[in-house]
Design a binder for this molecule. Structure first.
Ligand SMILES: C[S@@+](CC[C@H](N)C(=O)[O-])C[C@H]1O[C@@H](n2cnc3c(N)ncnc32)[C@H](O)[C@@H]1O
Length: 279
């Protein structure tokens, strides 16, 4: 289904015919989103309002988990993958869009005290994250949980993080939000560090649904990262896991690891712009 356009009328009619019981819920979502779009001025404000509405119904559901069992399983999958790839105590980690710490609670437990930084645009989900810190006995690990207004990271120092992680965040982000992240992330990554993010992959036309779910071609995101002086690699081993999103790893190019200036500060030669996402 990687080339399926969920925004197309054919898909929507087919879906409604297959699952008529879901039509009322879908219509409520359409109405809510239309109102939230009118009452907010940009995507981050809009998505923050969506998270407020979703978190009021339950933090697990707001982060996309149908049940507590599923919440635990998806967190464990993220954690096991990063540990297999070398995440270890002594590393400093930034989690973008940390939600209510589905994986973050495991990262916090694994890393040294004070080395986990979780950021999110939603204060409501960070309140739920604080409950998870308390409930899982992680207070003494002193995790940093910070609400952010954009992905410029201006409050964080240069070359700070060994590992940056964003799970199921760019699947809810338009191109300009992802590009803002790529423009600034290199500055706060350590040489040799890596940034993994998941995305909803399509092999057909790029599209979005209700301003909430965004589907990208791999090449678009790779080109966007490269435009900002980063190296991007599609992670084949993640595809073998039972998860519907795909994963890309971003690293600093070798010359940046050795020299300054760094991406986000350096002048990057202009390259072809990434393909437009159909609105
Ligand atoms: C589907 S949830 C996933 C949460 C967490 N990564 C996990 O795996 O449980 C998406 C999270 O990303 C946050 N988010 C969405 N757009 C964001 C952005 N531009 N910057 C930071 N966080 C964002 C949302 O508020 C939400 O908490």
């Amino acid at each position: 289904m990687k080339n399926h356009n969920r925004a197309s009328l054919a898909h929507q009619v087919g879906y409604a015919l297959r699952r008529p019981g879901r039509i009322p819920r879908h219509l409520r979502r359409v109405t809510r989103n239309a109102w939230l779009r009118l009452s907010t001025s940009d995507h981050v404000g809009y998505y923050r309002a969506i998270m407020r509405s979703e978190a009021a119904r339950g933090a697990h559901a707001a982060t996309g988990s149908r049940s507590h069992r599923r919440w635990l399983a998806i967190g464990q999958m993220q954690f096991d993958y990063l540990v297999r790839h070398g995440l270890a105590p002594g590393h400093r980690m930034l989690e973008i869009g940390c939600g209510n710490l589905r994986a973050g609670r495991l990262f916090i437990g694994h890393l040294d005290t004070g080395d986990y930084y979780g950021v999110d645009i939603s204060p409501d989900i960070l309140f739920a994250a604080q409950d998870v810190v308390a409930d899982y006995g992680l207070r003494e690990k002193l995790p940093h949980l910070t609400v952010i207004k954009d992905l410029r990271f201006e409050f964080l120092p240069d070359a700070m993080f060994d590992v940056v992680h964003a799970h199921s965040v760019f699947s809810h982000s338009p191109p300009e939000v992802i590009e803002e992240c790529f423009e600034h992330i290199g500055r706060i990554m350590k040489p040799g560090g890596w940034f993994d993010f998941t995305f909803d992959r399509t092999e057909g036309q790029e599209h979005q649904v209700l301003g909430e779910d965004f589907y990208y071609r791999t090449g678009t995101l790779v080109a966007l990262a490269e435009k900002h002086g980063l190296r991007a690699t599609f992670m084949d081993d993640w595809e073998r896991l039972p998860h519907k999103q795909s994963k890309i790893r971003v690293t600093l190019p070798d010359r940046v690891a050795a020299d300054t200036p760094r991406p986000g500060v350096a002048t990057v030669p202009p390259q072809a712009p990434a393909a437009e996402v159909q609105r």
